[in-house]
Design a protein around this ligand. Sequence first.
Ligand code: FAD
Length: 407
Amino acid sequence: MTDVSPGYDSLSPQRFPVVVVGAGPAGLTVGNILRAASVDCLVLEAETREFIEQRPRAGVIEEWAVRGLEKRGLARNLLDRAELHTACEFRFGGERYRFAYGELTGSHHFVYPQPLLVRDLVHEYADVRAGRILFGVRDVRLHDVDTDHPAVSYVCPGTGERRVVHCDFIAGCDGARGATRAALPPDRVRVARHSYGIGWLALLAEAPPSADCVLFGCHERGFAGQMPRSPRMTRYYLQCPPGDDPENWPHERVWAELRERLAASGAPPLTEGRLVEKRVLEMHDHVVQPVTHGRLHLAGDAAHLVAPIAAKGMNLALHDAFLLGDALVARLTTGDDGGLAGYGEASARRVWDYQEFSQWLSEVFHGTAAGDPFRAGTTLARLRRLFTSPAAAAAFAEQYLGTAARY
Ligand code: FAD
């Protein structure tokens, strides 16, 4: 087990006000908020530090989320290095349609790869704010979460021993396949699920972006997308059958399909490069409710999964982390329980709004390839409306940027 906690050893007290399970964007942000208020906490992470600092995933962060990080002293590198995106481009019917949402709203997206954000958050938490974090833990289990003396236990990979940590609160931030959600009583929890019945081949290319903005190719052969990540790395997506084998997609086939689906008159050729990641994602969503049981509070992907159609998952994880971190600080420093009592509902409003937008956008992306002339017709109507109706354009921009005044 790697331990980056200064002075942490087997003699350290095994009691913390908060145990955070999972060192993704949600868990690390909660940990940092707690440490900034001098609340002690322990973060338990199943993977190594090197692994989580390199795991490629998201890249598009909404402005309100960046401001939330900035307010908590967590955005220094991001603000220095992130690219600002003010437009996206739809390609359909062999033409390009640029949607300049920055001009329309004055707002923009930040593009900053998730591994860099995770690296910043780990560094700030462990090295600057002296937060305690254990990497490589195994078989995390929760105990007595519906009492006021909950505990978390885990197996040290080094010794194979099970250790118990007592706490006041547990933040379940261990992603969609984590352990904490299982501690919710099955008879009191509802998991609302939605499957799109499609897959996306997620690709990471060692190549500069082929355009200066996000590209959405709505093509009868299937959706194709381009998301710039950095001047040297670009994410691409190709719609594929669910459960498809990435081995069915050799280099040549990937680039041929991207060229065809993103073709548009006047568009420069794609900048091709080595594919360093190639995996098939199933497009599905779920929402767990309630996200709180006793002293356990779920946050981020542990509580809700949103397919990466609208690039919303990490933004929702940060939203939860701000709410939960602030609420835990209020409870532990002043005894104010209001934030924790309202946490689930405050989280859910933005979650459902983003789920609905993802569902709407899915039809725009996938409708023309559905093999159904009726869906193809309504999809094209939706697309055209974005470029003919100022009201429709404003509504899209607001949802895409997450800037609604209230959720
Ligand atoms: P995670 O990042 O999954 O972190 C959970 C952590 O818990 C992990 O480090 C994991 O190792 C650890 N863990 C798991 N189980 C255990 C256990 N039992 N014990 C201890 N630790 C455990 N979102 C966006 O907003 N914008 C985008 O552009 C975007 N693009 C994406 C592209 C792809 C290809 C994918 C897959 C996702 C994308 N997302 C995007 C979604 C985003 O990556 C996730 O929503 C985000 O990582 C959620 O953060 P989290 O902290 O809740 O969970």
